[in-house]
Design a binder for this molecule. Structure first.
Ligand code: ADP
Length: 210
């Protein structure tokens, strides 16, 4: 069986015992292994939390029949944007390309979100957008970012309650590095967060360590 969660030898033994004898009490599992109930407690807690076993009061432990891969998939479907989003960095649509480049360095981000004077989302600026605008001899302090940005309605966005896996799919499909997390209002979209490839990587690592 493919397991994505590394189990100890004893945890594997417990699984086999429960598979063959469940429902079975902690006491009975301990007897099978010639160990005390107290010794087994941490292992039973791990196996239950990870979803391999289910525990019913006054009945005992039974095997859920779920593989590590199935459990991983289930856990992936429970991660939401709001748990991993970062603080967005926004610039006004009238700031210059020069100032946007400075902001990108100062804030240490790869994508800037552009807002209008009412702070609603109007565009996105990536590193390459700014690099492209810097080729040539134009005066970067004289070009406003709204000239070069990717603009609404072509912005790919997400909301706090979206699944992170769906956002990851959008990043790949659209070949972009970041999405604004937005809140819709009558006047437009307010930028309340940002999801980047780094956030997705962080979630991936957390999932592997769970
Ligand atoms: P880079 O261009 O630095 O490699 P991206 O891959 O994120 O960075 O951006 C590629 C293009 O897609 C850029 O022109 C950028 O303006 C645009 N873009 C980036 N993010 C979004 C988004 N969320 N929605 C729509 N367009 C985007």
């Amino acid at each position: 069986m493919v397991r994505t969660i590394e189990l100890t030898k004893r945890q594997e033994q417990i699984l086999e015992i429960v598979k063959g004898n469940g429902p079975i009490t902690g006491e009975q599992i301990a007897e099978h292994l010639n160990l005390t109930r107290a010794t087994l407690r941490p292992d039973l807690a791990i196996l239950t939390m990870a979803g391999f076993l289910d525990a019913r009061p006054r009945v005992g432990y039974f095997y859920t029949g779920k593989s590590g891969t199935q459990l991983l998939t289930e856990n992936l479907q429970k991660i939401y944007v709001k748990e991993y989003q970062s603080i967005p960095v926004v610039v006004n649509e009238n700031v210059s390309v020069y100032d946007a480049i400075c902001t990108m360095f100062l804030e240490d981000v790869g994508t800037l979100f552009v807002v209008d004077p009412t702070t609603h989302l109007v565009g996105v600026l990536s590193r390459k957008d700014l690099l492209r605008a810097s080729i040539g001899k134009q005066d970067l302090t004289a070009i406003p970012v709204h000239i070069i940005m990717t603009r609404m309605p072509n912005i790919t966005m997400c909301e706090r309650d979206d699944l992170l896996i769906d956002v990851a799919k959008k990043l790949i499909e659209k070949q972009i590095d970041a999405l604004p997390v937005v809140k819709k209002s009558d006047e437009g979209y307010e930028v309340i967060g940002r999801i980047t490839k780094t956030n997705i990587t962080r979630a991936f690592v957390a999932l592997g360590e769970e």
